[in-house]
Design a protein around this ligand. Structure first.
Ligand code: SF4
Length: 437
């Protein structure tokens, strides 16, 4: 179901949304209300990051999670991040610093107001599970200075050799047992109960199964989903505050049914202007999106009939489509394996292999890289990845540049030009293949 009756492109003022997108928005809004009600409810808050988040464990201690990069995204979508980034630069943070960080620091400096207009509570604990991006560590050092609260770090070894060894898992389980759990017990005043953790992990696995079903529906033609722009809505609950909860199970069941209905009807994704129309190009996208001009950015794709069938960004909070599920039988080991496997902790050769496989598996026309100016973790090596993936798959690749939440680095004309040239290149390849055949 859509919010509008009229679905012709360019004819509606309102934004079209799937029922699942509206449901997702309600869930996020409810979470923000719960967070900002902490002064009244007395609940305790744990700040943590999306990649490698230990949501099931946090829930065992009745802690509410607050995710700074999700807050930065919300500020980007609401177009408030620009002023926060400038504020952080005024305080002394360089232009090159990740703009999620600057949006967060600027927001704190300007009153720390949540998307619902109420002040965020101070965190009781900062839990950093370090998964590949050094910025996370520096970011929490700043927050520790700000809040002077308990700080916990779970170190995840980088997957430099492309595999998870038993030693890596033991090393992480030891940290969970000896550092993370005792400190969470102390902050929360709640005793750790491993059976409670098992229950949450079992719930996570159910939701993960349905998310994978949805993501893999993009193998069909036409793809019923956009796995980048639409995908960002789909990952919201499971990458955010809801993994391990009954709400997440219900949401992903609901989403699966919605996508299955679209498959049965043979229709493509819903865009903000209604049905996408005929599918002309199928792309795999590497890199995060731009949030300050999210709709304008998406429009450049659907206006051309381009759908994203797989993306690396929808794997930052877990690479479930490669088979990983949280396993209640091995509660601490599974948390370690989850952290080890997230996209930000994967080496360049692993990323190249994953994206090359996506191009084959999803029948894509090629690869598009959105290189983010201030995200070193994603941007490092992207040109090399592009060349290698082109070589392996024989499919054309293109490179565009923007930023996460800094509106100064979104140049619509440049991106549109590059995309148009790229689609022409795809057409030429197709024409070449036809004449060769
Ligand atoms: S992965 Fe990129 S966007 Fe995320 S914190 Fe690191 S530098 Fe910032």
């Amino acid at each position: 179901m859509n919010t509008n009756v009229a679905t012709m492109k360019g004819k509606t003022a309102d934004v079209e949304k799937d029922a699942s997108m509206r449901k997702q928005k309600e869930m996020m809004a409810a979470h923000y209300d719960r967070l900002t009600a902490v002064p009244q409810t007395g609940e305790k808050v744990c700040s943590t990051f999306v990649p490698g988040n230990l949501n099931e464990l946090i829930g065992c201690f009745d802690l509410l999670n607050n995710l700074p990069e999700v807050n930065a995204i919300q500020n980007g979508l609401r177009r408030t991040s620009g002023q926060y980034v400038l504020e952080a630069e005024k305080i002394g943070h360089s232009e090159d610093v990740c703009t999620y960080v600057k949006s967060d620091i600027g927001m704190i400096a300007k009153g720390n107001i949540a998307p619902n207009g109420k002040p965020f509570p101070n965190p009781d604990v900062l839990l950093l599970s370090y998964t590949g991006c050094f910025t996370f560590m520096k970011w929490f050092e700043l927050l520790r200075e700000q809040y002077q609260c308990e700080t916990i770090m779970l170190h995840t070894p980088y997957m430099g050799d492309g595999k998870i060894t038993p030693n890596m898992i033991q090393y992480m389980v030891k940290q969970l047992r000896e550092e993370v759990i005792p400190k969470l017990e102390r902050v929360s005043g709640v005793k750790f109960d491993i059976d409670r953790l098992r229950e949450r992990l079992a719930r996570s696995a159910q939701a993960e199964e349905n998310l994978v079903h949805v993501l893999q529906s993009a193998r069909r033609r036409p793809s019923p989903i956009d796995a980048y722009f639409g995908g960002i809505y789909y990952i919201g609950p499971i990458f955010g505050a809801f993994r391990g909860t009954e709400d997440a199970i219900q949401y992903y069941r609901f989403l699966r049914e919605e996508i299955d209905a679209r498959v049965a009807a043979g229709t493509g994704p819903i865009t903000p202007e209604g049905d996408m129309g005929p599918e002309k190009y199928r792309l795999v996208v590497e890199g995060p999106p731009n949030y300050t001009n999210f709709r304008q950015f998406w429009k450049m794709f659907y206006d051309e009939g381009a759908v994203v069938v797989a993306s690396s960004y929808t794997k930052v909070g877990g690479v479930y489509d490669l088979g990983f599920r949280h396993d209640p039988q091995r509660p601490l080991e599974t948390l370690a394996e989850y952290c080890l496997g997230v996209y930000t902790n994967r080496s360049l050769p692993m990323r190249i292999e994953m994206l090359s496989n996506y191009i084959e598996e999803y029948g894509a026309d090629g690869l598009l890289i959105n290189s983010i100016k201030s995200c070193n973790s994603f941007s490092a090596g992207q040109l090399l990845m592009m060349r290698e993936i082109e070589k392996r798959t024989g499919k054309p690749a293109a490179f565009i540049e923007s930023d996460l939440v800094d509106p100064r680095y979104f140049s619509a004309a440049n991106i549109k030009n590059r995309l148009e040239s790229y689609f022409q290149m795809v057409e030429q390849r197709r024409a070449g293949a036809r004449s060769a055949a």
